[in-house]
Every structure is written in structure tokens, then in C-alpha cells.
Design a protein around this ligand. Structure first.
Ligand SMILES: Cc1ncc(COP(=O)(O)O)c(C=O)c1O
Length: 379
């Protein structure tokens, strides 16, 4: 057995699912704000595109993704961010962002070497760390919090760390805090990347979910060399179960990653890619979903205010990041909520020093959010 499995904690979303199942087993209604997997139906046009995409003869999908999907991605990046991409050289289909993040260090980190570090902000999506673990890379996490507005700032990092960095992950809108990154910091990261020569990866899976202020930016608006972005249809298009996303950026890195991925078989089925092509092309369904998420958010913001939970960030993305009243721990509070049928993710699931926070995913329907707000304990 690979010894790294022993250092692997229970994946947070596995724990959240089992909490949900425990409540359901008691025969009670579950209000599940845990895993970011919304309850709204996948838009009908996308389901139909998938059905229509089933070919009579089934054949292996090509590693880079279908030309139609890659062209739709390039059009989306141009329309949404003003970024021009060559669909053949600068875009790859992924089986969702999770696997693409997990596999990236295996491709781009050589152990041992002088560049043996994967760097990310904390609290974080757990896969940055787990992917590094299985690639045998070292990790370095930058503490994000109210003290720095959850903003990764390269100027706060020691030279010795930046020198050792092979991969640096940015993730804005940030999971779990819902903060965005300023243009100045994107520019600064691109400059610092050029100076130190690491690969700068921006996980942009929430970039189309914005509620307040300017729309979130893509790293590729600021630089291309040594830069990659990862996008996903999971939340913005209601396609978590389809498994579909893309990786785009520096042609040389895309070429190397394509080479690694050819051994893996991690490209979505062609009928999923047919639905994905439409999902990156159609904008209406994204606006419709965003309006629903915004309505849930309003209900939950009011609940947070009424219950004395302080909202941090949460201007974009799929989550509310709430600070608990002084003296209340995240695990205790989450356990008390479960007594009322409510599942939330304790902050400590996302890293060290987060036990004063809980994360609410905008997952139950608007009506369920209202019912959960009524059921929410007062103290
Ligand atoms: C920050 C972040 N990145 C990547 C993913 C993975 O998304 P998917 O594999 O569904 O595309 C998630 C899922 O919740 C996430 O929160």
C-alpha cells in the first residue's frame, strides 16, 4: 500500500455526506448546506444536448477534448474575459477541476529538486494539498483570514519559499470565503512568477458566480507565460454529476499536461462534451442559476444577521463564510445544528486555525433555505 494513504484524513465531503445520512436515518428533514452540490435541476437544454450527443458507435474520446468543445471554450474566454486562446494549443478538456488539480503536481513537480514545493492559501479546497501529497511534493500554506482579507500576496512570502515553489495555486472567488482578488495582486503574482519561474495556477471554478461588486477576473487577463487556469461547469451550469471542465493557458504547459493526460483516460465522454460545448456557449442558464443562488443567499444573510453570525467575504462563489460568536467552536456548533436537521461544513475542514468559522453551501432550494432559517437555533 502507498504509505501516503495513512496520512490522508477522511475527505471532508465524505464526512458531510455521512452526517446527512444520519439525520435522514432518524426520519427527519435534512437541510444540507455541506457539500457544494446544488439541488436545482440541470438546465433542460444541457440534458437534451447530452442525449443528442450519444453516437451510434462509441469510441474513445481524444485526450485534448473535442474540437467543438475547445472552440466553445475559446469563445467563452474571449467573450467573458477578452482573452484570445488557440483552441488547439492552449485548451484541454478536463474531467472536472478536481482531478485536474489532483494530477497537476505529478506532471510538474520533480522530487527531489530545488523546486519541490506546492503553495496555496489556507483555508483551501483540500485537493491542492492531497495532489501534492501523492506527487511527494512539499507543501506550504499561506494563512488567509480577516487580517489580510483572504488575499494571497506574494510580497508577504519569504524569498526562500518563492524560490522553492514549483506550483502556486490561486483560487478566487475563494472557497470557502467567497473573496475576490484585486487586479493589483493578479498583476503582482504574474510579475513574481516571471521572477521565480514557478507555474501559477488559478482555480477559477466560481468565476461566473458573483453577487456584489465587479465581476471576478481571470488570471489569463494578466499573463499567459507559465500560467494556467482551471474552469468547471459543475456549479455555474448545474453539471456536478457530468464531470466537465477545462484547463487553459501557456501552450508549452498545456502540451506537457496533454502528454501526461494521454496515459490517464480522464477526458469526459463525448456526449458530456456535447453538453459542455453548449454550456460554455449559452449564457441564459448561467444568469438564471445565479438569480436562484442570489435568492438563497439573501435568505441566509438575513438568518446570519438574526443569529449574530458575522459574514466574511461571500460576495462571490457558492458559499457563505460565517464567523461564530466568541467562545463557540465550529465542531460543537455544527453538531448542535445537526440536532435541528441542518448540516454545515465546520471551518476546520478547510485548514488550520479555522475553527471559529462555518461554511454554508447555497445548496438547498430557496424554500428549503427559508425552512432551515426558521429551524436555525437561536443561540
Ligand atoms: C475551489 C474548488 N476547486 C475545484 C473544485 C472541483 O470542482 P469540479 O471537480 O466539480 O469541477 C471545487 C469543488 O467544490 C472547488 O470548490
Amino acid at each position: 500500500m502507498n504509505e501516503r494513504l495513512q496520512s490522508l484524513p477522511t475527505y471532508p465531503m465524505v464526512q458531510l455526506t455521512s452526517w446527512s445520512q444520519e439525520i435522514a436515518a432518524r426520519g427527519e428533514t435534512v437541510y444540507d448546506f455541506g457539500t457544494g452540490d446544488p439541488h436545482e435541476p440541470t438546465p433542460k437544454i444541457l440534458r437534451q444536448a447530452m442525449i443528442d450527443g450519444v453516437d451510434e458507435i462509441s469510441q474513445y474520446p481524444a485526450t485534448p477534448g473535442t474540437p467543438g468543445l475547445r472552440t466553445a471554450v475559446a469563445d467563452y474566454m474571449s467573450r467573458r474575459f477578452g482573452v484570445a486562446l488557440d483552441p488547439d494549443q492552449e485548451v484541454l478538456a478536463s474531467y472536472g477541476s478536481k482531478e485536474a488539480l489532483f494530477h497537476l503536481p505529478m506532471t510538474f513537480v520533480q522530487i527531489p529538486s530545488e523546486k519541490d514545493l506546492v503553495l496555496y492559501g489556507e483555508p483551501a479546497y483540500p485537493v491542492y494539498e492531497i495532489g501534492a501529497l501523492f506527487a511527494e511534493a512539499w507543501t506550504y500554506s499561506v494563512q488567509l483570514g480577516p487580517h489580510n482579507d483572504y488575499a494571497m500576496d506574494p510580497d508577504s512570502l519569504p524569498d526562500s519559499v518563492l524560490k522553492r515553489a514549483a506550483i502556486v495555486y490561486l483560487n478566487y472567488p475563494h472557497n470557502p470565503s467567497g473573496h475576490k482578488l484585486s487586479d493589483e495582486l493578479y498583476k503582482r503574482w504574474v510579475e513574481v512568477r516571471a521572477e521565480y519561474g514557478f507555474i501559477l495556477v488559478s482555480d477559477e471554478c466560481y468565476v461566473d458566480l458573483n453577487y456584489e461588486g465587479d465581476p471576478p477576473r481571470s488570471l489569463l487577463e494578466f499573463g499567459r507565460e507559465g500560467c494556467l487556469v482551471m474552469h468547471s461547469l459543475s456549479k455555474r451550469s448545474g453539471m456536478t454529476g457530468y464531470r466537465s471542465g477545462f484547463i487553459a493557458g501557456d501552450a508549452d504547459l498545456i502540451g506537457k499536461y496533454r502528454c501526461f493526460r494521454a496515459s490517464m483516460g480522464m477526458v469526459p465522454q463525448t456526449f458530456v462534451q456535447a453538453a459542455a460545448e453548449l454550456a460554455w456557449t449559452d449564457t441564459q442558464h448561467v444568469e438564471d442559476r445565479l438569480a436562484v443562488f442570489a435568492a438563497k443567499r439573501e435568505v441566509l444573510l438575513q438568518m446570519a444577521k438574526d443569529r449574530g453570525l458575522k459574514v466574511h467575504g461571500s460576495q462571490a462563489g457558492l458559499y457563505l463564510w460565517l464567523e461564530l460568536p466568541a467562545g463557540t467552536g465550529d465542531l460543537d456548533y455544527a453538531s448542535r445544528l445537526r440536532d435541528n436537521g441542518i448540516v454545515v461544513a465546520p471551518g476546520s475542514f478547510f485548514g488550520k486555525g479555522q475553527d471559529r468559522f462555518i461554511r454554508l453551501a447555497l445548496v438547498p432550494t430557496v424554500a428549503e433555505c427559508r425552512a432551515a432559517a426558521d429551524a436555525w437555533p437561536k443561540a
